[in-house]
Design a protein. Structure first.
Length: 234
């Protein structure tokens, strides 16, 4: 009887010791934990995050401009100087080309004027000769009238006056055809010379217009050289 009681007492004691050594059962997480401990601080103490946010200094929203770089400023000034020199060089090249073109145009104008003067001289010679030929034509026509032929036949000893008058008329008619042919040729030459002179005059006017344009361009380039445009700085 004592042995059974002792065995039972040992069994109860070992069971109690095992329960004391085993870990407590794990608790299941709550699906929607309450948020009021984070919203309402009953103790009145500030949270560490809020305390740290209060201690941070306010950030400045203004941005200070970077200090100018001396090397960059030197490069900009060098670029401006180079741009000005290039612009001046381009203007000088334009002026040189315009002057050469003007010299060529002036030489051409002088050549056209010389040629036009020569044609005008030829025209005066043709017109003078044409005036003489026309006078000869009028005289021959006058000599071919019957009264003139009769008067001319009296200066020639003849037995047949009518035949003599006819011979004189034929001689005047032959001479008249030569004079009229020369007159027609002179008139064609006159018209040809007039056309050439008008053509040279038109070409002279074109050259003079180009010279005026070149002079205006030279004047503008000279004004631009004296008053250069400022180079825009970035």
């Amino acid at each position: 009887m004592n042995v059974r009681s002792a065995a039972l007492f040992l069994l109860v004691l070992s069971s109690a010791w095992g329960n004391a050594q085993s870990p407590p059962p794990a608790r299941k997480p709550v699906r929607n934990p309450p948020q009021y401990p984070h919203i309402i601080d009953l103790s009145g103490a500030e949270s560490p995050a809020q305390d740290q946010g209060n201690r941070e200094p306010p950030k400045s929203t203004t941005r200070s401009d970077p200090a100018p770089d001396p090397q960059m400023e030197g490069m900009l000034r060098a670029l401006e100087s180079l741009t000005t020199e290039m612009r001046s060089l381009v203007n000088e090249i334009r002026v040189m080309n315009l002057r050469q073109q003007t010299q060529v145009e002036m030489t051409r104008l002088a050549s056209l004027a010389t040629r036009a003067d020569g044609l005008s001289q030829d025209l005066r010679t043709v017109r003078d000769r044409l005036a003489v030929v026309r006078v000869d034509e009028q005289n021959l026509l006058q000599l071919m009238t019957r009264e003139s032929l009769l008067s001319q036949s009296f200066n020639i000893g003849t037995l047949d006056r009518e035949k003599t008058m006819e011979q004189i008329r034929l001689n005047h008619e032959f001479r008249l055809r030569q004079v009229q042919a020369e007159r027609d040729q002179l008139q064609r030459t006159e018209q040809d010379l007039l056309g050439q002179i008008e053509s040279y005059k038109a070409r002279q006017e074109e050259v003079e217009k180009r010279l005026q344009q070149s002079e205006e361009q030279l004047r503008r380039l000279g004004d631009a050289k004296e008053n250069p445009m400022p180079t825009p700085t970035p």
